[in-house]
Design a protein around this ligand. Structure first.
Ligand code: PLP
Length: 381
């Protein structure tokens, strides 16, 4: 079968894919249709935290699959409540809502901020990525993503990241929320300064808007803490989560404080699939594995080692835990050559690689990756 040709014939041309067909995965490794093996440093864009085909994940999801998949939120189901209990424990947020993706989580967070404050204005950051549906797109920075779909939701103001003066100018008593990624992911992995985050909360105390942390990419241990907010020691009013939440199984969610939850009522928001027994079980299994195998700690430890090793090859390495960005010229070409060398890589721009491997990765795999990357660089010069 010529899958490349068939894709072109049958799929809407929204994606620019790498020319590889993956059929199987195990831990940090992926296998293509010819049985060739690749070290996965992308994890389905920071999703497959526990690695591919984890036996406990398979067992839990399989058992639930046989019992009950979906009944809707007209009724009570146990995995949804169990997941909310677990999330309170690991996130410190009080109450939860479940949906099916990152962009849906952001939509819900934005709606909550308008409902709770009675205000309209969204404040986001330059460089931000929050998703592709109309609301999330409105607070996403890249003109190319937004332009064809205007008019989007208004009013929105964009603040220069880490510029406290710009922040002070753009928030006021009309502001419904400030939404931010504690580490900007799609922009190439740029962590926000502690001072800037602190200023956001000071402005909130003055103007009483909602602070939304978009932890869709940073959540579930990726940065060496359960959530990136924990590096800054803050409690946002709302957090949005998804990506690693079900380790590749589609599930997203929003966590809020009790104070926010008090101002929300039945029928104000909903999702047909959101929080169904199968998705919530996939998330519970993911969290169980992250806890049992100490993957949060592993992300911190192996992440530091990975950044250290990458500094041998790159003059600029950024990030926390296993969410890493590094400056490499000809990044797209490096990604292409990576496939020949058996490395799955991701470039966010012509001069930046993003590393978001499964959290089960060890030093041995990091050494393997750095060695391969080094030899790719040598062939480029
Ligand atoms: C990926 C991502 C989203 C969008 O998630 P989808 O599941 O693709 O809708 C939103 N915010 C951040 C920070 C992301 O990284």
């Amino acid at each position: 079968m010529d899958w490349f040709e068939l894709e072109k014939e049958y799929l809407i041309p929204f994606y620019k894919r790498q020319r590889v067909v993956f059929v199987r995965g195990e831990g940090c490794w992926l296998y293509d249709e010819n049985g060739k093996k690749y070290l996965d440093l992308v994890a389905g864009i920071a999703c497959v935290a526990i690695g591919h085909s984890h036996p406990h994940f398979i067992k839990r999801v399989e058992e639930q699959l046989k019992k009950l998949v979906h009944v809707s939120n007209l009724f009570y189901t146990t995995p949804q409540i169990e997941l909310a209990m677990k999330l309170r424990e690991i996130s410190g947020m009080d109450k939860f809502f479940f949906c099916n993706s990152g962009t849906e989580a952001v939509e819900c967070a934005l709606k909550i901020s308008r409902k709770v404050t009675g205000r309209k204005k969204f404040v986001a950051l330059k460089g931000a990525f929050h998703g592709r549906t109309m609301g999330s797109l409105s607070v996403t920075w890249k003109e190319k993503f937004r332009k064809p779909f205007e008019p989007l939701i208004k009013p929105v103001e964009f603040v220069e990241p880490n510029n406290i003066h710009d922040l002070e100018k753009k928030v006021d008593d009309e502001t419904a929320c400030v939404i931010l990624e504690p580490i900007q992911g799609e922009a190439g992995v740029y962590p926000l300064d502690e001072g800037f985050i602190k200023a956001v909360f000071e402005e909130r105390d003055e103007h009483h808007f909602i602070v939304i942390f978009d932890e869709v990419q940073t959540g579930f241990g990726r940065t060496g803490k359960w959530f990136a907010k924990d590096h800054y020691g803050v409690k946002p009013d709302v957090i949005a989560m998804a990506k690693a939440m079900g380790s590749g199984f589609p599930i997203g969610g929003v966590g809020v404080t009790n104070e926010v939850a008090k101002k929300l009522e039945a029928t104000e928001h909903a999702s047909t699939f959101g929080g169904n027994p199968l998705a919530c079980t996939a998330s519970l299994a993911t969290i169980e594995i992250i806890e049992k195998e100490k993957l949060v700690e592993n992300a911190g430890k192996v992440g530091s080692y990975f950044r250290e090793r990458l500094s041998e090859l790159s003059e600029e390495v950024r990030g926390l835990g296993l969410m890493i960005g590094a400056k490499f010229e000809n990044a797209f070409e490096i990604v292409r050559r990576g496939f020949d060398e058996g490395l799955v890589l991701n470039a966010t721009s012509e001069d930046n690689l993003r590393f978001v491997p499964p959290l089960v990765i060890g030093k041995e795999e990091v050494d393997y990756a750095v060695e391969k990357l080094g030899s790719i660089l040598r062939t480029l010069t």
